[in-house]
Write a protein that binds this ligand. Structure first.
Ligand code: GLA
Length: 400
């Protein structure tokens, strides 16, 4: 189920892009070491949505290990919306019958060498209409900590209704201030638990969240509305990240939403595009498929260690678009550069695309490696022309 009041936020999206958070002096990021590189893992939403059960999450954890994903860096196993039941007389949140024992589930995930994530909202209800954390922030944070939670996705949802109660025409900053305050409040509650918990803001990018996300303790923040498992949605979201580079870095990342790789709505070439683009963007890599049924093609995309190394590069520079039509470049800590050539045209044609090395800052001969072919292309001069499949990508690492 989707929450339908988001258009309301469009009113605010155009307001005061540069509002500085004045409400959260103690809300320093839980520290960069929590998310020194973009978080990697799995989230239940894209495939299972509200059908997810304890058994599905355990199966995902098992598959993260057996598929080699854990060893490739995918660590967080995150339960999204629909785990929640009601509160008891003392106000403590409980899980519903799909999740009989959250502490036991957390223990199971941890026993596999993985970390455990959960989902809530600053509003009274989540986007799926389940119980949110409104007015129970510290109590919920304490409960999460007692369950062994290591990651919280905090989704604005019905908090928009709370914001609506304040007439923007009387005070245009009021809604923004309230939203920042709500995010800051949960961050402080998480800090008070003394448990390191990655804090993932989900409010669809409104009010330029990238400008104030770190100040309310965010380790990552969604930059757009929800991704869908089709090329148009993925490409629109991914390629629209151009310009947000300066807001990302160790401990705080732009989040263009989760991976759809393996969910069936795109071709393998298009899924390679998502993996490559997300890596160039230094985006969190949260797989969203049914890992218990992962096939070899999907595995080879999600576990391409050379592409993952680009995403996880410790300098944490978000790559940028360097030129027509969709050539993107990310500088890496060893002095090399990752470059992706995307064939973004919408007809069925494979396209020859040319990279001029001077356009990515090299003069003279360069060493080039193809990160999907896993092949050194040798020493090249001036430029490289390669045929890229429709909707696909060629991803290179270049050094001198
Ligand atoms: C919103 C979020 C999604 C997902 C759903 C759950 O739509 O953006 O990622 O968490 O809520 O209800």
């Amino acid at each position: 189920m989707r929450f339908h009041s988001r258009p309301f936020l469009a009113v605010y999206a155009s307001l005061a892009m540069t509002l500085i958070c004045q409400l959260c002096p103690t809300a320093k990021a839980q520290s960069a070491e929590l998310a020194a590189t973009p978080p990697m893992g799995w989230n239940s939403w894209n495939h299972f949505a509200e059908k997810v059960t304890d058994a599905d999450v355990r199966a995902a954890a098992d598959a993260m290990v057996s598929s080699g994903m854990r060893d490739a860096g995918y660590i967080y196993v995150n339960v999204d919306d629909s785990w929640e039941a009601q509160r008891d007389a003392q106000g403590n949140i409980h899980s519903n019958s799909k999740f009989p024992d959250m502490k036991a589930l957390g223990d199971y995930v941890h026993s596999k060498g993985l970390k455990f994530g959960i989902y809530s909202s600053p509003g009274p209800k989540t986007c799926g209409g389940y119980e949110g954390s409104y007015r129970h922030e510290q109590q919920d944070a304490n409960t999460y900590a007692s369950w062994g939670v290591d990651f919280l996705k905090y989704d604005l949802c019905s908090y928009m209704d709370i914001m609506k109660l304040h007439d923007p025409s009387q005070d245009p900053h009021q809604a923004q201030v309230m939203m920042q305050e709500a995010y800051s409040k949960m961050h402080e509650a998480l800090v008070n638990t003394h448990r390191p918990i990655v804090y993932s803001l989900c409010q669809y990018g409104v009010d330029s969240v990238w400008e104030w996300g770190p100040q309310v303790g965010g380790n990552m923040w969604r930059t757009t509305d929800d991704i869908r498992d089709n090329y148009g949605s993925m490409a629109l979201i991914g390629f629209s990240q151009a310009g947000l580079e300066k807001f990302a870095g160790p401990g705080h990342w732009n989040d263009p939403d989760m991976l759809e790789i393996g969910n069936g709505g795109m071709t393998a070439d298009q899924y390679r595009t998502q993996m490559s683009l997300w890596a160039i963007l230094s985006a969190p890599l949260l797989a969203g498929n049914d890992l218990s049924k992962i096939d070899d093609t999907t595995k080879n995309i999600l576990i391409n260690k050379e592409v993952i190394a680009v995403d996880q590069d410790k300098r944490g520079i978000q790559g940028s678009r360097i030129g027509p039509p969709q050539i993107w470049m990310k500088p890496l800590s060893d002095g090399s550069k990752a470059v992706a050539l995307f064939n973004f045209v919408t007809d069925d044609e494979a396209e020859p695309l040319t990279l001029k090395f001077k356009d990515v800052g090299f003069s003279g001969p360069v060493h080039v490696r193809d990160l999907w072919a896993h092949k050194d292309l040798g020493v090249l001069y001036d430029s490289y022309t390669v045929t890229v499949p429709q909707g696909g990508v060629v991803m290179l690492r270049i050094w001198q």
